[in-house]
Design a binder for this molecule. Sequence first.
Ligand code: NCD
Ligand code: ZN
Length: 362
Amino acid sequence: MARQGGGVREGDEQLNALTIHRPDDWHVHLRDGASLNAVAAFTAAQFGRAIVMPNLKAAITSTALAAAYRERILAALPAGSRFEPLMTLYLTNNMPPEEIGRAKACGFVHGVKLYPAGATTHSDAGVTDIRHVYPTLARMEELGMPLLVHGETPGAQIDVFDRESHFIDAVLAPLLERFPTLKVVFEHITTARAVDFVGNARAGVAATITPQHLLHNRNAIFSGGIRPHYYCLPILKREEDRIALLNAATSGNPRYFLGTDSAPHERTTKENACGCAGMFTAHAAIELYAEAFEQAGRLDRLQGFASHFGADFYGLPRHDDVITLIKESWVSPLSYEFGNGTLVPYRSGESIAWRIASAARA
Ligand code: NCD
Ligand code: ZN
């Protein structure tokens, strides 16, 4: 049976089709050049819009760079695509507050991303001390420009599994007090601690959740050997964290919404003695979320999480058109072309329980 608008009864085990408003991806890495050309169509096939991360090798640190990157993304889309890239700026120690005025005025920059320097892929140009960016954050607060946060404290002295929790205490909690009306998205949260923190935070604070953190705990990285394609940052956590994330995502609380963090890397850079962090999920993103929500018996809440709450947070209209998901399994390709190399997707060669039946545009 198919039901419109996510109106599924709880515990409805007969459900084999689900129609929801077109979703958006509030956190994705589209890369650049040949890599961009290889992955853009996957995101554009499912999502109406996506918040595009600015951590290119030469980071997107200005509105002018974001404008040029946006044009390259539009050029990489299949003919006739109506996908809208929502651009972000990469916050550096010396971003002038005036840049925020330019970003706000251009209309296509929707957030500024904070990477603590050294926290993740291409974060070297990131912020070394949050105090350096107070004037810029003040301007963002004034103009209603959201701050998107990679919430981990980098550094060899902090256990990799504790970095998110450390960041909450050391940076995020004080920041929310210092800038009481700054809109903040705590990106790709991975712990029960972060779920609680966001749930109890002041107004204007939200979080994105990835499919992999809903579907896996850290055992996935070590099952039968070391599995580089399950390595992403923030790293997968404990089962109790996964359950807390699943409960949050399926709770209907609008503070939690979809952000895949799909982060493609060429195969040999992941299958490597020092492999890159990042998992590619864009080829099956909404299907993977459907699996997770089904597991929780809450497919009726997928539409809010995937299609409504993010748009509402960013002050953008919800989409009018719909996509239909069907419970019919398919096997993910082993790899995709990726510039001069290949890309190993999440679930490579394994089955995925849902597929998109139609994605009609209004
Ligand atoms: C991302 C990437 O590869 O750009 N990697 C990841 O593991 N998520 C960076 C990031 O979002 O941390
Ligand atoms: Zn990311």
